[in-house]
Write a protein that binds this ligand. Structure first.
Ligand code: 5RP
Length: 249
């Protein structure tokens, strides 16, 4: 199902069921989510991302299942998406039983012109990367504020770290030139943020990242660092919503 996804095209938004007034961030996220959910075909296996933009995509997929009767089987990337799927009737498979998916759709925190990404503000980047790696077609949906010239412009790189390795990983990542902050205080929770896999989350601020592929490789050599939020060369297509419409590249 990897078809025409590499070419660059700009499309005026077909606003469909959200109306013509795309003037809030949520409407932009919704427009991107709807566009991506409309790319899912009857019979597909689908990976569903995490975050506010992915939520709109999941909602629209559920609507298509209800109204068009399409049949899909999905894998979720987080407890929050799992709960949403259960509520809106999207059938789920166990991630651990799946190695291939037709399409995976997810949000991102930063997107560079080569479709390299920073992900993980929602602390789901480890499972999101596993699911993205199963995809024939990996689609990123976002509002245009997520577009950057160079990764690291706005966000640090999220890390997922085995708790027993926190000191080692922090020291090794600092040696690569970052400041490292263990993520604390998710809304409604005291103490450190714990991932769905029971690990600590930290943010590594490298400033502007000159060579994201090399940094990704360097991070992957650190024992106990089980996941990082650099997604290099993975996305097949980005759908970006701005007040001018939807841009796809
Ligand atoms: C979660 C992620 C999200 O996809 C990313 O943070 C984007 O979220 P949002 O759509 O809410 O801006 O990587 O780990």
């Amino acid at each position: 199902m990897k078809t025409v996804l590499k070419k660059t095209l700009t499309i005026r938004a077909d606003l469909g069921d959200i109306g013509a007034n795309m003037n809030t961030m949520n409407e932009l996220k919704q427009a991107a989510g709807i566009r991506a959910a409309n790319m899912i075909q009857d019979g597909m296996t689908v990976g569903l991302g995490t975050g506010s933009t992915a939520t709109y995509m999941v909602d629209h997929l559920a609507k298509r299942i209800r109204e068009e009767g399409i049949k899909v089987k999905a894998v979720s990337t987080s407890w929050s998406t799992t709960l949403q799927c259960r509520k809106c009737g999207i059938p789920l498979m166990e991630m651990g039983e799946v190695s291939h998916l037709d399409i995976v759709i997810d949000g991102a925190d930063e997107i560079d012109p080569s479709r390299n990404l920073i992900k993980g503000r929602g602390a789901a980047h480890l499972l999101e990367k596993i699911v993205a790696s199963m995809a024939d077609t990996y689609i990123i949906i976002a509002d245009s504020s997520k577009k950057v010239n160079q990764l690291g412009e706005k966000f640090a790189v999220p890390l997922e770290i085995l708790p027993n390795a926190i000191a080692l990983v922090s020291a090794r990542v600092k040696a690569l030139g970052a400041t490292v902050t263990v993520r604390m205080g998710a809304p409604g929770k005291d103490g450190p943020v714990i991932s769905d896999s029971g690990n600590l989350i930290a943010d590594a601020n490298f400033g502007l990242i000159k060579d994201p592929a090399k940094l990704a490789r360097d991070l992957e050599h650190i024992p106990g660092l089980v996941g990082h939020g650099l997604f290099i060369g993975m996305a097949d297509k980005v759908i970006l919503a701005s007040e001018n419409g939807l841009e796809e590249f």
